[in-house]
Ligand binder design. Sequence first.
Ligand SMILES: Nc1ncnc2c1ncn2[C@@H]1O[C@H](COP(=O)(O)OP(=O)(O)OP(=O)(O)O)[C@@H](O)[C@H]1O
Ligand SMILES: [Mg+2]
Length: 245
Amino acid sequence: MEKDIIVDVKNVSMRFNLSSEKFDSIKEYFIKSVKRQVTIEEFWALKDISFQVERGDSLGLVGLNGSGKSTLLKTIAGVLKPTRGSVEVKGTIAPLIELGAGFDMDLTATENIYLNGAILGYSREFMSEFYQDIIEFSELSGFMNVPIKNFSSGMLARLAFGIATIGIPDILIVDEALSVGDFRFQEKCEERIANMRNQGTTILFVSHSLEQVRKVCQKLAWIEHGELKMFGDVTEVSEIYAKSY
Ligand SMILES: Nc1ncnc2c1ncn2[C@@H]1O[C@H](COP(=O)(O)OP(=O)(O)OP(=O)(O)O)[C@@H](O)[C@H]1O
Ligand SMILES: [Mg+2]
């Protein structure tokens, strides 16, 4: 049978420019750059990464802080364009990448639901249909008219997760978002992810908890210093990963 590849990451490299100095003014920057006293250091956050994800798979990403997991997810979500290589995605993506991305802290929870819907490309009617579901799932019914700057990080995570998991996206990206929720909410999220998987959604999941990764994922990608160190079955890769650090 032909494989149905939903995410195709081909030779992806990502370069960031780190300026080594701070400037007090544009004038100072201009003078120094004319005198060639500005050094821009190149930093490769991703180095020649290639892998494929099949439709319906659930892929975990592990690696130490700063190894490049979030950067990789951002190139898949289309938030960042890779410096080299390409990412092909077939289908819709519900990205849960940075907590608060797509949120306006001065607006209420209700207003943010509609704001987020607009960012995700959903109509107002569509969001209204799922409004009750989002409130129930996030258990924030008493707080819908509160500006979310007054929310705790766990409350923000609940709201973000409730919004990201409405409908049935082709791909759900979850980057660390569960880690700030309490254990009961984490279980609830895991259950919802499992339900989405049963309905065919492909999952990309970053977590520092190997236990959680083993529960949620079938496959695992291990990223180290921007390189794909290992890719394969979750049991196998997580065992070697756990031993290596
Ligand atoms: N916009 C940026 N400009 C410069 N450097 C960046 C930028 N975004 C990320 N980096 C750098 O790229 C590297 C990878 O960062 P990334 O956020 O992808 O790591 P991560 O694996 O998600 O880490 P964590 O486990 O802490 O979430 C880090 O060294 C980080 O400092
Ligand atoms: Mg990260």
